[in-house]
Ligand binder design. Structure first.
Ligand code: GDP
Ligand code: MN
Length: 383
């Protein structure tokens, strides 16, 4: 789960990381109110959306008077950044920036541990910097036990360029605190870009990104509160609430209803093999009941990119007759206009075939033949 910048900064504060004074606003009036609460209305207005590159897209701007706050916040609110519409902005006191650095902690699966990434040249995209000037990016491997050890930080900080040496202590504290947050909140990423040095020599987190491991949300109740309806894809939200695993994919037009992650992968592969493109996949999981199948079909039907539905179920624990019942209920209740190809095999499949044949719905038993048919139908309808 990804957090908005204002939420990340709230967590930063809780862990003692300095952030600029600021508040989030959902309207121009609120933005004005926040700007007025500062000694001077010199603020930075920042789009709060769950995607990067806001600066480049015009979603981060400085305002130096109340008139500018009004103008800029009304421009940014409602703006589209990638597929996200900006519903809220962070209004912060302007910082006078002397230096922009980079600091992050990420999971490092290859080394079964964590990694700290630090650079004295921040503010820019770290991937870009690592490509063009790899010597400017410092990496520290962290073993989960004993975790980040002080000598590792001292080694990094000993390499600071002479003009930044005087900030070593401040940066050291930021590193320790950000690491503590990373571990205690079960994060997969915590990033400060830029970590700034102000003209009066303070270290401050000027931007913040945090991703929390979804499997650890049960023990991070405060983080779940950060899930805002406007930040989520509505279909993904509906799927999550109905305990379905729904994954939206870019560019395709075949909606796939499957059971099990393995079959989901195979289904994608077979569709691609025959020249088609999946639009999503929805994994029913084991032991699905008719109601579950109907809920799943509703989500696929509501995905506007889908022109053909491919149901590919192997009945192990799942019973094919219950899947058939779900399909029939969905057909009755949802007025499905999209083409549908069904492949069902396994427990109680004979009963399922009878139920579906009664309604003139044909069923495949072989996955390849069914996938070919789904690809053919999706192409006939064009894009
Ligand atoms: P991002 O583009 O989404 O990563 O947004 P950031 O929060 O990182 O802001 C982009 C850039 O805006 C920063 O690298 C800074 O150069 C600039 N910026 C952000 N806040 C301030 C501020 O308070 N004062 C000044 N002068 N520049 C700022
Ligand atoms: Mn940034």
């Amino acid at each position: 789960m990804n957090l908005n910048e204002f939420q990340a900064k709230e967590l930063f504060s809780k862990f003692g990381l300095p952030v600029p004074n600021g508040k989030v606003a959902w309207s121009t009036e609120e933005a004005l109110g926040i700007a007025k609460s500062f000694p001077e209305p010199k603020v930075v207005i920042k789009a709060q959306v769950l995607t990067g590159g806001r600066g480049k897209a015009g979603g981060v701007k400085l305002a130096n008077s109340l008139e500018e706050v009004e103008k800029i916040s009304s421009e940014i609110l409602g703006m589209k950044i990638k597929e996200f519409t900006v519903k809220k902005v962070l209004v912060e006191e302007q910082m006078s920036i002397e230096k922009e650095m980079y600091l992050s902690f990420i999971q490092d699966r290859d080394n079964r541990g964590y990694r700290m990434i630090f650079s004295e040249e921040g503010g820019v995209e770290i991937e870009e910097l690592a490509r063009t000037q790899p010597d400017k990016v410092m990496m520290v491997q962290i073993e989960p036990f004993p975790g980040l050890v002080p000598f590792q930080l001292r080694e990094v900080l000993s390499k600071l360029s002479p003009e930044n040496k005087k900030h070593a202590r401040g940066i050291y504290q930021m590193m320790n605190k950000l690491y503590k947050l990373f571990i205690e909140k079960d994060a997969t990423l915590t990033e400060i870009n830029p970590l700034i040095i102000t003209s009066d020599g303070k270290c401050i987190a000027c931007d913040g990104k945090i991703s929390i491991d979804n499997s650890a949300l049960y023990r991070n109740k405060d983080v779940i509160e950060y899930r805002l309806p406007e930040d989520e894809n509505p279909l993904e939200r509906e799927a999550r609430e109905k305990q379905l695993n729904y994954v939206k994919l870019d560019g395709g037009n075949i909606g796939c209803l499957v059971n099990g992650a393995g079959l989901a992968m195979t289904t994608m592969d077979v569709i691609k093999h025959f020249g088609g493109e999946p639009a999503n996949f929805l994994d029913l999981g084991g032991g699905a009941k008719a109601e579950h199948v109907k809920n799943a079909l509703k989500i696929i039907v509501d995905d506007d990119d889908v022109n053909t539905i491919f149901i590919n179920i192997f009945g192990g624990i799942v019973r094919c007759d219950l899947v058939a019942e779900g399909i029939l209920n969905a057909k009755k209740e949802l007025d499905i206009k999209k083409e549908m190809v069904i492949r069902l095999l396994g427990t109680n499949d004979k009963i399922a075939y009878e139920m579906l044949e009664k309604e003139n719905i044909s069923v495949f038993t072989a996955m390849t033949a069914a996938a070919k048919e789904a690809v053919k139908l999706s192409k006939q309808q064009g894009v």
